[in-house]
Design a protein. Sequence first.
Length: 64
Amino acid sequence: MPRVKLDGLFEQLAPELRRAVASAVRELHPEVTVDEYALYRAFQREARRAAGDSVEVSSRHIES
């Protein structure tokens, strides 16, 4: 199975994922002020802890 490097994925999708994670927090907790950059760094850190540096993905999820 192909492997995806999470650092590369996080870097490439940073603007979109940063806004999406912050939006999800605001949706659940509208009273909270969110620092999008700090939240995204924490998200990346926790995702790496949970999944490692790279993850296997099924080839059916890869477009070429």
